[in-house]
Design a protein around this ligand. Structure first.
Ligand code: CAA
Ligand code: NAD
Length: 287
């Protein structure tokens, strides 16, 4: 039987990597986070500390728990430091070439033959990442949702090559250690949630593009008419318009369905750097 996972690695400390690192540290794991430069690591650390502070101010964490969680987080710019990790979750930009390189490197470094090498990709088939390694049996998709400390779901994506042992370890970790709920998905671009969500977000962007209704009215309609916590344009801003575009491109590549094709307005906004909340400007302007 494999050892219980306590040494975790997270690659990338953007919105998702920071969130996953935070929930792992709050669940008492020893967490090593990779960012390529010191500046990015510092930005990632402050993102996590801000979120832990928010946990304290909303009464979900005590001061001591925040302190303990922050002490469990270390940062590095050397993937070589991941050798002793039992579980690594990659959460870098939604770009197949970048992720493939990382998996190739990680596989050489991580020594435990039953370590879980997971990707938080939204849309890249996990097999493509598994086949970049010499040990595709260790590779799974663990798809967390934004914001990670708030949303309870993890989609667990296994490939034709993932071993049962690695699948069980990943599922037990997400459910028993992180306290998340797990649904299983086959290895298709978009998995379960994005196969349903992305066409909806793109349809809302097409509505704005055609002048059919305003950004504010489309969002208001879905919040008040369907009890969604936020409308599709605010949600696109939260996800990041670069990420929405990258997901749509991948899903279109897989299925060739027009409903996944990114509308020109989305392309133009990404070209303009209006990437949503993280850039301070998307469909809305953020202070
Ligand atoms: N980190 C930690 N906690 C956060 C947070 C964050 N980034 N954002 C919000 N919270 C917490 C707040 O502290 C607050 O906690 P309390 O209730 O204990 O006070 C709670 O969440 C609610 O927050 P707010 O009152 O500030 O704001 P809200 O009620 O408007 O909720 C929201 C904000 C949680 C983001 C909510 O609007 C929501 O759930 N929106 C939908 C998000 C969604 O659909 N995400 C999925 C995106 S798709 C995806 O992730 C997959 C993909 O591949 C693209
Ligand atoms: P982000 O833009 O907030 O962060 C991107 C991360 O990638 C940063 O850590 C950045 O330093 C790193 N990065 C960028 N270019 C890189 C490169 N060339 N080499 C190595 N690292 C690089 O993005 P995010 O929203 O955190 O998304 C990260 C992953 O999580 C993506 O695969 C995305 O599809 C997935 N995801 C996103 C959401 C969401 O709502 N944003 C939800 C679930 C899954």
């Amino acid at each position: 039987m494999s050892e219980k996972i306590s040494r975790v690695g997270i690659i990338g400390a953007g919105q998702m990597g920071a969130g996953i690192a935070e929930v792992c540290a709050r669940a008492h794991a020893d967490v090593l986070v990779y960012e390529s430069t010191r500046e990015l690591a510092a930005a990632g650390r402050s993102r996590i500390l801000r979120s832990l502070d928010r946990g304290v101010s909303s009464g979900k964490l005590t001061e001591r728990e925040r302190e303990q969680a922050s002490l469990r987080l270390r940062f590095t710019s050397d993937l070589g430091d991941f050798a002793d990790r039992q579980m690594v979750c990659e959460a870098v930009v939604e770009d197949e070439a970048v992720k493939t390189e990382i998996f190739k490197e990680l596989d050489k470094v991580v020594t435990d033959p039953s370590a879980v090498l997971a990707s938080n990709t939204s849309s890249i088939p996990i097999m493509k990442l598994g086949m970049a390694t010499a040990n595709a049996h260790r590779v799974v998709g663990m798809h967390f949702f934004n914001p990670v400390p708030v949303l309870p779901l993890v989609e667990l994506v296994t490939t034709l090559m993932t071993s049962d042992d690695v699948t069980t370890r990943a599922e037990d970790f997400a459910r028993d250690i992180l306290g998340k709920q797990v649904v299983r998905s086959s290895d298709r671009s978009g998995f379960v949630v994005n196969a349903l969500l992305v066409p909806y977000l793109l349809s809302a962007i097409r509505m704005v593009e055609s002048g059919f209704a305003t950004v504010e009215d489309i969002d208001k309609a879905m919040v008040l008419g369907c009890a969604h916590p936020m409308g599709p344009l605010k949600l696109s801003d939260l996800v990041g318009l670069d990420t929405v575009k990258a997901i749509a491109d991948k899903m279109y590549e897989e299925f060739k369905e027009p409903l996944y094709s990114p509308p020109p307005l989305l392309l133009r906004m990404v070209e303009a750097g209006r990437l949503g909340k993280k850039a301070g400007h998307g469909f809305y302007v953020y202070a």
